[in-house]
Design a binder for this molecule. Structure first.
Ligand code: ADP
Ligand code: MG
Length: 317
């Protein structure tokens, strides 16, 4: 099927929004941002064999390609609106594109996000998505806002996606609940928006909790002490791995796309209210310290626990 037919196939299925003046079909899209808002833009690429096992179902790839981008907007406290999609495909496989769109558009619809354009080329399987969202000026949740004495909070549980990947790498069957979190992560969009005006700093956990918090520590010129026994784990993770391996996955495993944020201790009740409104567990896992740039993982007895491996880094080694 020629490229234009593939694009027509995509265009046929996308939804609409009042602020899309011109969507797919011309040389570029025309969009109307709301007056007085800042535009927040993020882009993430997924490459076959690097970001997902090559045999991943197309629908899961579609879901995840958008999810990781929405997670970046969530971490900024932005409300998503539009996205663009660059598809590099080895061949023009309509069944693959249809499956991909099933996952991609299911998540887009959930968040009222409309696909307004993109690019379609031939090449190794690769998916690049850009998302655009809005936030009130000065209100974005940034990495550089953490303050000494803040609590450190985490949404949901961490370690599941890395647990699934560990099982897959070992040639073991993946636990369904863990695999689901690897394939179809939930971007915490509503949480990000609810944290505006409340959190001092925020980041999404994509490379591993310790590695991601190191970015916050450096950007904010503070330290972060995490209390290992408080790190939340799912039942599935606890069932599948021994305690030390579970802790390693929680502290260093990536791909969970939970939000980690810091907030003043005076905001504990407000955080608890958000957790109950969103029906999303928010767990206090540590404290912001004055030890500039340092992230420490503290065991129950207060001694420092050093993980065997740091978070995922593309150009390491
Ligand atoms: P051009 O040659 O001007 O770049 P294209 O043929 O690449 O035009 O794109 C034609 C239209 O289709 C544009 O509006 C573009 O945004 C849209 N488009 C192309 N590929 C995709 C895609 N994968 N997803 C969404 N829109 C796409
Ligand atoms: Mg083009």
């Amino acid at each position: 099927m020629p490229e234009f037919d593939l694009i027509a196939r995509i265009a046929q299925r996308v939804g609409s929004r009042g602020d899309v003046v011109l969507g797919i079909g011309d040389d570029a899209a025309i969009l109307q941002p709301p007056a007085g808002q800042h535009l927040v833009v993020a882009m993430d690429t997924l490459n076959a064999g690097v970001h997902f096992p090559s045999e991943t179902a197309p629908g899961d790839i579609g879901w995840k390609a958008l999810a990781v981008n929405l997670s970046d907007l969530a971490a900024m406290g932005a409300t998503p609106a539009w996205c663009t999609l660059s598809l590099s495909l080895p061949g023009s496989d309509t069944a693959w594109v249809d499956g991909f769109l099933d996952g991609f558009l299911e998540l887009a619809r959930t968040h009222g996000v409309v696909l307004v354009g993109g690019d379609t080329t031939r090449g190794p399987l690769s998916v690049c998505v850009t998302v655009h969202g809005f936030v009130a000026p000065g209100q974005a949740l940034r990495r550089d806002g953490a303050r000494v004495g803040d609590d450190v909070w985490l949404s949901g549980t961490v370690g599941d996606a890395a647990g699934a990947l560990t099982q897959w790498n070992a040639g073991q069957p993946m636990t369904a609940a863990l695999r689901d979190r690897l394939d179809r992560p939930t971007p915490r969009v509503a949480l990000g928006c609810a944290l505006v005006g409340l959190a001092d700093a925020c980041i999404d956990v994509s490379d591993g909790l310790a590695a991601d918090l190191a970015h916050v520590a450096v950007a904010s010129n503070v330290g972060i002490d995490l209390h290992c026994p408080d790190l939340p784990a799912s039942e599935a993770l606890a069932m599948a791995f021994a305690a030390q391996e579970q802790l390693r996955l929680q502290a260093t495993g990536g791909d969970d796309y939970e939000l980690c944020f810091t907030a003043p201790t005076a905001s504990r009740a407000a955080v608890a209210r958000i957790a109950s409104e969103l029906q999303l567990p928010l767990t206090r896992i540590g404290t912001v310290t004055s030890a500039a740039g340092q992230v420490r993982l503290l065991a129950a007895d207060g001694t420092e626990w050093l993980p065997p491996r740091a978070g995922y880094e593309h150009f390491a080694g």
